[in-house]
Design a protein around this ligand. Structure first.
Ligand code: SF4
Length: 75
């Protein structure tokens, strides 16, 4: 398992994550920011979810494509 975190309040809604990894990321129609599927807020205020190893590569691409560097994948 790996962990993905998202500093959602700093999201600029560019849509890169959702186009690269649509199984895990989508753009919320109400506020235009990205939602990380099944994520819950952690004690640091970041949205966080555990993912399978098979999902790491796709989410790493999302991490590397985020223009404001608010996606982190930790193995
Ligand atoms: S790539 Fe980053 S800034 Fe763009 S929508 Fe996703 S989380 Fe937000």
């Amino acid at each position: 398992m790996a962990k993905v975190t998202h500093k959602r309040e700093e999201c600029i809604g560019c849509g890169a994550c959702a186009s690269i990894a649509p199984d895990y990321w989508s753009i919320n129609e109400s506020d235009g920011k990205a939602d990380l599927k099944d994520a819950v807020k952690n004690e640091e205020g970041l949205m966080e979810v555990q993912i399978d190893e098979s999902a790491v590569s796709e989410n790493m691409q999302a991490q590397d494509s985020c223009p404001v560097s608010i996606i982190k994948v930790e193995e």
